[in-house]
Ligand binder design. Structure first.
Ligand SMILES: [Zn+2]
Length: 344
């Protein structure tokens, strides 16, 4: 089980060297789009660490990973009544509680994303906020760009998106529609090794972040039927410092597969093979890192922990209890370190 004694009872005001890492393999379940200005994001990097030839990989930028996870958490906070579903009102309509937090008519804190953060909910405290002169809180959830394990060439497909007329034809009154668009999509079963680092969380706030990772299914630009992903959790590492990067992890998995002749340059990488390679490689990399590891939860023990955790959050009462504990810890941080700052 997770070693809960590693975590601080309350979130400290300054870094205290408690890093909880979630090691993942993100897998696309449908055609996905991670793009800027209509182009898929890519990077040209070494294929592996031992395999030094260059490879173009699809990339998922940091915010394209954290934003959907944040929004899932915020949706749950609204669903279970920890923050208001209302937008921040103007002028006379504004009402605050005794902590100076904007509230709605029912007395619930209003947390208006990127407009007016409440500064006291689990989302604000863990993922951070910046509101001009009104203060900021650094994110305690670190993510980095993720790289596809396989090359761009085998990881994408160009789609021609037709927008036919109602009759199903592409022409009308003799003229052919120009409503045809070509767009590169990330193929299903493309894999993105990733590490999410959570700094100095209390147990409930760590579980809040973990729940977001386990539940989030939609990433990138999307229609209602595309852009779904599964996050395979391969390990949780509790250490006194940061562990390996996403790129290094990706390259070492690539090396592992290449050394065993498990890579076919024209075929996507088999998911099962990549999952077991990633597990092996993560164990080696954790040992190579210059950090003291309190726990590396993996294998059957991790499976047991995740099964128990999933059981809890599949139940409304269990979910409410988890959010309640997370909200209590984030509010305590607010009253100890944020509210005071605002009064000066
Ligand atoms: Zn908030």
């Amino acid at each position: 089980m997770l070693n809960t004694t590693f975590f601080p009872d309350s979130v400290p005001p300054r870094p205290t060297g408690r890093y909880a890492h979630i090691i993942l393999l993100r897998e696309t379940d449908s055609y996905a789009l991670f793009q800027t200005d209509g182009e898929l994001n890519t990077a040209r990097v070494h294929a592996g660490v031992a395999q030094t030839d260059m490879l173009t990989r699809i990339t998922i930028f940091k915010r394209k990973q954290t934003t959907p996870e944040r929004l899932i958490g915020r949706e749950l906070l609204r669903r279970y009544g920890f923050i208001s579903a209302e937008q921040a009102p103007e002028g006379k309509e504004r009402k605050s509680d005794d902590r100076g937090v904007l509230i709605d008519r029912a007395g619930l804190p209003i947390c208006d994303y990127n407009v007016e953060f409440c500064k006291q909910c689990p989302d604000c405290i863990m993922y951070g906020f910046a509101i001009g002169d009104a203060g900021s809180e650094k994110s305690k959830v670190y993510t980095d760009t993720a790289y596809s394990l396989s090359a761009f060439d085998v990881s994408h497909e160009a789609f021609t998106l037709n927008a036919p007329y109602e009759g199903g034809t592409m022409s009308r009154k003799g003229e052919v529609t120009s409503r045809i668009n070509e767009q590169d999509h990330v193929r299903p079963q493309t894999l993105f090794p990733a590490v999410i680092t959570v700094r100095d969380p209390s147990v409930p706030l760590f579980l809040y972040v973990l729940n977001n990772v386990l539940r989030t299914r939609r990433y990138g630009a999307q229609t209602t039927r595309t852009g779904t992903m599964t996050n395979h959790v391969l390990g949780i590492v509790l250490a006194d410092g940061e562990i390996f990067s996403n790129l290094h992890f990706t390259q070492r998995i690539y090396d592992y597969l290449a050394e065993r002749s498990m890579l076919d340059p024209v075929q996507p990488i088999a998911v099962d093979a990549a999952l077991s390679a990633a597990r092996e490689v993560a164990a080696v990399l954790v040992k190579e890192d210059q950090v003291a590891v309190s726990q590396h939860l993996r294998g059957e023990e991790l499976g047991g922990f995740l099964a128990e955790f999933s059981g809890r959050i599949r139940d409304e009462a269990g979910m409410r209890e988890l959010l309640q504990a997370a909200a209590r810890d984030s509010a305590a941080y607010h009253s100890a370190y944020i509210q005071k700052k605002g009064k000066k």
